[in-house]
Design a protein around this ligand. Structure first.
Ligand SMILES: Nc1nc2c(ncn2[C@@H]2O[C@H](COP(=O)(O)OP(=O)(O)OP(=O)(O)O)[C@@H](O)[C@H]2O)c(=O)[nH]1
Ligand SMILES: [Mg+2]
Length: 367
């Protein structure tokens, strides 16, 4: 999933390093002085064990060895030289801006949001600007800094859904899934239902997309396959009423969880947003989850920010990560929305749902 981004970043780091080598100002730096001979020898002399001390006591006295001479003979390069000059290079802030552009383009093209790139740029700056640095260290410094920045960007506190539902005192735990048309809401609900079922949590599905043709049927098919009850009304019915029915049924049957499917909408559609607000007012969900497509990159981030402003999101599920070659969306998402990424959708089967792991993401990015 991040293979493409990984290769692009590696390529960009190499370009930055090459340009640094060509354009940076050469600086002669003196290495710090070597410690005095006697001190060094004292440090390197191994400690004597008790046994050795005893043996020494019984041995006839030998002529003391001149260790300083011996070591100096063996390692003339270390002890022969007192100080040494090495060649390093440094760049100005202006040069840094130009060099960073190489990296910036790759990150932008791979769905990393502009604000996120700015943060990465600021993190890296003090490590490269006006700091004498050798060529071999440039690549390493950029890589290390990027790894630290991305690691920090991915530092979201995730929700342990199973624990949340199991510790919920007032049944049912209600989750509303919302998002734009075709983002994967209905498929994701089926995957989550399957995940809950595998964790011994009972759930029912609420067909609150009463708008799109065949939406109820689609949910019913999943219900049949997963052996789960689907609460529905007719097409054109008030979705909030469907939610009310589903929650009442769950209460009376002591069902742990209700998963609400809603129709696709844009945050800019006022009527549909009002309808969503009504669903939320009636259903009072424990979790409002935006289902967004990983492949849409910064558009998905923008949607999340807008939906959050209108109705307040609790979490996000990024679908179609399996076909997202770029991989930058997840990095941008957590930083920009500050919302936990509950799951990644990684395919069209029921088991294709994954809890995002920071360590694994960093590894697939090559860090
Ligand atoms: N590759 C891949 N495809 C997915 C994933 N999640 C959903 N899809 C596919 O995306 C398409 C749309 O999925 P739906 O679940 O119908 O999306 P929706 O948001 O409910 O759509 P509307 O109800 O029309 O708004 C289907 O073909 C799904 O199989 C995923 O994680 N990976
Ligand atoms: Mg749907």
């Amino acid at each position: 999933m991040f293979g493409f981004l990984k290769d692009k970043i590696k390529g960009a780091i190499k370009n930055v390093t090459d340009r640094f080598d060509k354009e940076a100002e050469v600086v002669e730096t003196k290495l710090p002085e070597e410690p005095k001979k006697e001190e060094k020898i004292k440090e390197t002399k191994p400690k004597e064990t008790n046994k050795e001390v005893k043996q020494k006591e019984t041995k006839p006295k030998e002529k003391p060895r001149d260790l300083v001479k011996e070591v100096a003979k063996e390692k003339p390069n270390i002890f022969g030289k007192i100080s040494q000059a090495i060649t390093t290079k440094k760049i100005s802030e202006l040069q840094y801006d130009e060099l960073f552009w190489e990296l910036e383009v790759e990150l932008l093209e791979n769905n990393v949001a502009f604000e996120v790139i700015e943060k990465i740029k600021e993190d890296l700056k003090p490590k490269l600007v006006d700091v004498p640095i050798s060529r071999s260290k440039v690549e390493e410094t950029i890589e290390e800094s990027l790894r630290d920045s991305i690691s920090e960007l991915l530092s979201f506190e995730n929700i342990d859904l199973i624990k949340e539902i199991k510790s919920n005192k007032e049944k049912p735990y209600v989750i509303t899934f919302l998002g734009t048309n075709g983002s994967g809401k209905t498929t994701t609900i089926a995957k989550v239902a399957n995940y809950l079922k595998n964790n011994n949590i009972s759930c029912i599905l609420a067909a609150a997309d009463t708008f799109r043709a065949a939406a109820i049927q689609q949910l019913e098919e999943h219900g049949k396959k997963l052996e789960l009850k689907v609460i529905k009304q007719d097409y054109g019915a008030d979705p909030a009423a469907v939610c009310f029915d589903a929650i009442s049924h769950a209460k009376s049957q002591h069902i742990d969880c209700v998963l609400i499917d809603t129709s696709g909408r844009l945050h800019s559609n006022k009527d549909l947003m009002r309808e969503l607000e009504k669903i939320i007012r009636i259903a009072k969900p424990n979790l409002k989850v935006l289902v967004a497509e990983s492949i849409t990159g910064n558009d998905a981030v923008e949607q999340a920010l807008q939906f959050n402003e209108s109705i307040g999101l609790d979490s996000v599920i990024l679908t179609k990560s399996d076909i997202d070659e770029k991989g930058g969306t997840i990095i941008s998402f957590s930083y920009m929305t500050k919302k936990p990424i509950l799951f990644l959708g990684i395919g069209q089967n029921y088991n294709d749902l994954k809890v995002p792991e920071k360590k694994e993401i960093l590894k697939t990015l090559g860090f």
